[in-house]
Design a protein around this ligand. Structure first.
Ligand code: PGA
Length: 251
């Protein structure tokens, strides 16, 4: 059974005090066994707050970014090993903002996924096409390339060790989500690909949709047969909205 997984990507938002207030509010809303896995991705400066506030709770947390090298001369970077040391369990890899704004290529994303798995973190691997690529009929070609590159040489001991987030670039932060049928079609293709690549285990890997998910449309995506959760940016900054979205995964 694929347990739904709904994640909050705060991006570059919230001070330490705001993070603290958020976690307290969220913890007051979420029951002990929510029936859906919740993961919060704060900024690096608030990871220690997540470690402290979420300890022993049903809410997991992870880092939005980390460098694949365990240590070294990489000014300004934080390594996968350092993130694990803080107690994180997840790492976002290949987010379109990292690919497009910071120039991370497929090889770098692949190194990050490998390093994350080696350190014991679960990667949420983001894939997705630009509007131009979709309009040019290239959506699947692009997503398949991103999957093959990022997962080359990877072994999957259990399906929970990997999550895929399908995030069409043009839907992120724009308020304009993908059409649910397009998201379902892509998720089904991704699931088939994972089955070919990893066998039965691969078919059980959870697939999220991301891109302008909000309380008003969450159900449209979370009810789809191949979509097991959401990666939420803007709407996740409010704990009440985030919890409302997560509840849509319960059907
Ligand atoms: P959004 O961001 O929900 O603000 O569109 C999604 C994401 O970047 O993961």
């Amino acid at each position: 059974m694929r347990i739904p997984i709904v994640a909050a990507n705060w991006k570059m938002h919230k001070t330490v005090a705001e993070a603290e207030a958020y976690f307290r509010k969220l913890l007051a809303l979420v029951p002990k066994s929510p029936g859906v896995e919740l993961v919060v991705f704060p900024s690096a400066t608030a990871l220690h707050v997540a470690a402290r506030e979420l300890e022993g709770s049903p809410i997991a947390w992870g880092a939005q970014n980390a460098h694949p090298e365990p240590q070294g001369a990489f000014t300004g970077e934080v390594s996968v090993v350092q993130i694990t040391d803080l107690g994180a369990s997840y790492l976002i890899c290949g987010h379109s903002e990292r690919r497009h704004i910071f120039g991370e290529d497929d090889a770098f994303v692949a190194a990050k996924v490998k390093a994350a798995l080696k350190a014991g973190l679960i990667p949420i691997l983001c894939v997705g096409e630009t509007l131009e690529q979709r309009e040019g009929g290239q959506a699947w070609t692009v997503v398949e390339r991103q999957l093959s590159a990022a997962l080359s040489g990877i072994e999957l001991p259990t399906p929970e060790k990997l999550v895929i987030a399908y995030e069409p670039v043009w839907a992120i932060g724009t308020g304009v989500p993908a059409r649910p049928q397009d998201a379902q079609e892509m998720a089904a293709q991704i699931r088939n690909w994972l089955g070919d690549r990893f066998g039965e285990l691969g078919k059980q890997v959870r697939i999220q949709y991301g891109g302008s998910v909000k309380p008003e449309n969450a159900q449209d995506f979370l009810a789809l047969p191949d979509i097991d959760g959401a990666l939420v940016g803007g709407a996740s900054l409010d704990p009440e909205k985030f919890w409302t979205i997560a509840q849509a995964a319960l059907g």
